[in-house]
Structures are given as structure tokens and as C-alpha cells.
Design a protein around this ligand. Structure first.
Ligand SMILES: Nc1ncnc2c1ncn2[C@@H]1O[C@H](COP(=O)(O)OP(=O)(O)OP(=O)(O)O)[C@@H](O)[C@H]1O
Ligand SMILES: [Mg+2]
Length: 247
């Protein structure tokens, strides 16, 4: 099967004052892959995916999604086109139920389409239930989000992303703060989700990266240090020096 480029960037940059947080990044995500984005703290990973999702405007460069230049699209337009993003910091609505959190995420998008669906609409309800089933939270649909354990709150966020039926799901450090057994469950979930959805995964846990990623891009000081298959990245001397500490 010929590889289709789902998302790409050309010379994408973002400065904060004199700081080049993201500098001239050329990057490609292929449809169907799990692409991991790694790099030391402050490498520019969150800034880079904020440029992809439209939360942050670039200083220069372009973002292309399915062949279309989306650089000047607002964040909600990108969501509508199929880019979903979960935050590095947990961002659920604590007082709402699990179901309502996912319904709100889905509805926020649907509301902006011509086919607006009401709260009780069956299509919305089944999208929510299906997203909750995928992450294993269907039996907690009526629980207030604040009452969930932390690991389950992170799963809820993923469900909020999945309810948008995205073409590209961007996960920013989803395993941060999870226990080892939760991380195992998370890896299984990402594998299952990746059957229908391309995934861009920012991740510090190298065990998770090596287990899940088809390809890895390494950012360092805002620039791409290397891109390749996990074995190539592991063997790359520049990467070892900059990031893996030679181990
Ligand atoms: N809104 C902002 N204003 C000023 N500087 C910023 C802003 N956002 C990020 N930075 C800076 O840009 C650089 C890249 O930060 P970013 O959060 O993208 O890194 P990261 O790779 O996601 O790091 P981490 O692994 O710690 O999450 C850092 O030096 C950071 O301090
Ligand atoms: Mg970050």
C-alpha cells in the first residue's frame, strides 16, 4: 500500500521573544502510523504540536493536512478536519459526568458543522458510548469526572479526543503520572485505536515509545535531530548524545 502523507510541516518555526522554541521543522506523519515525538524537556514538543492543532500561531512556515494548507485555520476548524489533540496537563471538566465530558468534546465540534446535533441526539450518544467503550470507561459514564482516579481521568481525555472521530490523534505525554500497569493498558489502547486512527505521540517513557512507535522524530533545541524507525533512532549517535545519555 502506498504511503499517504496525512500531515506535514515545512520550515515551521515559532519564536517566543528571542527564544526559538521550534525552528525550521520539516516533518511528516504517514496515514496509519504511530509516530512518536521525543526529545528532552524544553525541546519544543508541546509548542510544535500546538502549532499543528492551531492553539499557537507559527512565526513562519506551513502546516499541510491531507494536501491542504491549514496554516491559517483556527483550532476548531482543524478539529473539524480531523485533528484531535489531548493536552499535556489534564483538562477535563471536573464537575461534569464522564459521559457529559465526552459529549461536550464531541458537541463542540459538531455544533460548528452544518449538521448540528442536539444533546440528546442518538448519533451523539452513540459516538460518546463508543469512545467510552474504547477506553474502558463505559461503566463509569455517570460518575463525576473529579471522582475518577488520575489514570482514568487521562483515559477520559483520550475518549474526548476519540469522540471527534479524528483522522489524527495527538497525545501529549499521556502516560505521565500513570502506574506501570496503567501504562500497559494504555499501550494496548493505543495499539487498538491505531487500527482506525493515525497517532502522533509525545512521550518521555522510552519503553512506551519503543513498544508503540512505527517511526520516531527526535526534537532537540526546537530542531529535528533525527527521524527514523525505532532501531535506527536507538542506534543514532547524535540521539544518544543529546537525549538518551549514551545508554
Ligand atoms: N508561551 C510561551 N512563552 C514563552 N516561552 C515558551 C512558551 N511556551 C513554551 N516556551 C518555551 O519554549 C521552549 C519549548 O517548550 P515546550 O513546552 O514546547 O517544550 P517540551 O518539549 O514540550 O518540554 P516538556 O518535555 O518539558 O513538556 C521552552 O524553552 C519553553 O520555556
Ligand atoms: Mg511538553
Amino acid at each position: 500500500m502506498a504511503a499517504i502523507t496525512l500531515l506535514s510541516t515545512k520550515a515551521l518555526s515559532r519564536n517566543f521573544g528571542g527564544l526559538k522554541a521550534v525552528e525550521a521543522v520539516d516533518f511528516e506523519v504517514t496515514q496509519g502510523e504511530i509516530h512518536a515525538l521525543i526529545g528532552p524537556n524544553g525541546a519544543g514538543k508541546t509548542t510544535f504540536v500546538s502549532l499543528l492543532s492551531g492553539r499557537t500561531a507559527p512565526s513562519s512556515g506551513t502546516v499541510t493536512f491531507l494536501g491542504e494548507d491549514i496554516t491559517s485555520d483556527a483550532a476548531y476548524e482543524r478539529v473539524r478536519k480531523g485533528i484531535a489533540y489531548t493536552f499535556q496537563i489534564t483538562s477535563i471538566y471536573p464537575k461534569l459526568s464522564v459521559f457529559e465530558n465526552v459529549a461536550l468534546a464531541a458537541q463542540n465540534t459538531l455544533q460548528r458543522t452544518s449538521a448540528w446535533l442536539s444533546w440528546k441526539n442518538q448519533a451523539l450518544e452513540s459516538a460518546v458510548v463508543s469512545a467510552l467503550e474504547k477506553v474502558g470507561l463505559a461503566d463509569r459514564a455517570d460518575v463525576k469526572a473529579v471522582a475518577l482516579a488520575y489514570g482514568h481521568q487521562r483515559l477520559l481525555e483520550i475518549a474526548m479526543g476519540l469522540a471527534l472521530a479524528p483522522k489524527l490523534l495527538i497525545l501529549d505525554e499521556p502516560t505521565q503520572g500513570l502506574s506501570d500497569s496503567e501504562i500497559d493498558g494504555f499501550c494496548d489502547l493505543v495499539k487498538a485505536v491505531s487500527k482506525d486512527t493515525t497517532i502522533l505521540l509525545i512521550e518521555h517513557n522510552m519503553r512506551v515509545v519503543m513498544r508503540l512507535a512505527d517511526r520516531i522524530t527526535v526534537l532537540n533545541g526546537g530542531q529535528v535531530l533525527a527521524t527514523g524507525a525505532p532501531d535506527d533512532i536507538r542506534a543514532n549517535e547524535d540521539v544518544q548524545t543529546a537525549y538518551l545519555g549514551g545508554s
